[in-house]
Design a protein around this ligand. Structure first.
Ligand code: P6P
Length: 331
């Protein structure tokens, strides 16, 4: 009978020596937020939480009630934890300070509370993405530069997938580990220890509707993925859910690549660097893969704006390297 690990016990037993209690507890807090959001998400069709919240977020997108709820829940659980000095969210234009009355800690949290929220009303899997940095200055005032750090400096990253089951997948630099929520127990139980990208890859994920908007190099690369050009690509299927966390998770389990290239009217693509591409790039490298903007590692990009976007190719290194090769030939 293999050991039954709750996420709390696994975090305690697998923390890097350098991690302080506050870091360990921060991961607990995120797991708690995930349980609460999962509870709401699984009832989205029953409770009047579907539909538009009426507000427009920083991205200019209509906010769904569930992403407003998820954004507030993560902030409220973490703001008084004493582990953070600042937070940044996809749903908030500016960084979020820790309320004066609460103790501050030496970490900074970046998160997309509910990625893929346009899928809420059609019951497609959605996800939360998070990354944790060590604050740069020790006065813990919580400033923008504490979150505007390259993904290479993340101390932890992960996502929650609200799908047929709720899973929390994270890494603190010692491999990628997945936990599945047992709704009866209310516990995340270890279900996928040391997740590694399998080879050969099974899927490629891209929105083919945008083919005419891509550069000739990216169009050639996509034809390569389909078995064209020199015919050296592995035989794969196309899978594109329109929910980054769901596509990423499936590709992590089966091998594959997710691509959101630059377009004529979106020179930086659509995916946000700080709280989407960066944390997922950290995870994919921990799982033996690679993430690029088409010219170099996502993890080496120095963010300059909270909500900046980046072209993204993420998955098996062999497939991402080919994307860089096609782009380089065009440059
Ligand atoms: P498109 C959701 O809004 C999201 O940011 C990702 O979750 C998803 O992969 C992508 O956008 C889908 O974008 O342009 O293909 O609909």
């Amino acid at each position: 009978m293999s050991k039954i690990y709750t996420i709390e016990r696994f975090i305690l037993e697998h923390q890097p020596e350098s991690a302080k209690g506050e870091f360990t507890n921060l991961l607990y807090d995120i797991a708690l937020a995930a349980k609460i959001i999962a509870h709401k998400t699984n009832r989205a069709g029953l409770v009047d939480i579907l539909g538009r919240a009426g507000a427009i977020n920083i991205q200019g997108e209509e906010q769904q009630k569930l992403d407003v709820y998820a954004d507030e829940m993560i902030f409220r659980i973490c703001d008084h934890s004493g582990r953070l000095c600042v937070m940044a969210s996809e749903e908030q234009e500016e960084i979020m300070h820790i309320p004066e009355q609460f103790e501050k800690g030496s970490y900074a949290l970046v998160y997309d509370p509910l990625d893929g929220s346009s899928n809420i009303d059609v019951n497609v899997s959605i996800g939360t993405i998070f990354g944790i940095y060590r604050a740069l200055d020790w006065d813990l005032r919580g400033r923008e530069e504490d979150v505007l750090q390259p993904g290479r400096d993340l101390v932890a990253a992960g996502y929650v997938l609200y799908g047929s089951s709720t899973m929390l997948v994270y890494s603190t630099g010692q491999g990628v580990h997945g936990f599945t929520l047992d709704p009866e127990l209310g516990e995340f139980l270890l279900s996928h220890q040391n997740m590694r990208l399998p080879a050969p890859p099974a899927y490629y994920s891209i929105n083919h509707a945008y083919f005419q908007r891509w550069s000739p190099a990216v169009q050639s690369y996509v034809r390569w993925l389909q078995g064209g050009e020199d015919g050296s690509a592995p035989v794969m299927s196309s899978r594109y859910i329109g929910s980054l966390v769901a596509d990423f998770h499936r590709n992590l389990l089966r091998g594959g690549i997710f691509c959101y290239p630059a377009e004529e009217n979106k020179p930086n693509g659509k995916i946000r660097l700080l709280y989407e591409a960066g944390p997922l790039a950290y995870l994919i490298e921990q799982a033996g893969g690679y993430a690029s903007n088409g010219r170099g590692p996502i993890l080496d990009i120095q963010p300059t704006d909270l909500h900046q976007r980046t072209p993204l190719f993420i998955g098996n290194r062999s497939l991402v390297d080919m994307a860089e090769k096609f782009v380089a030939e065009e440059d």
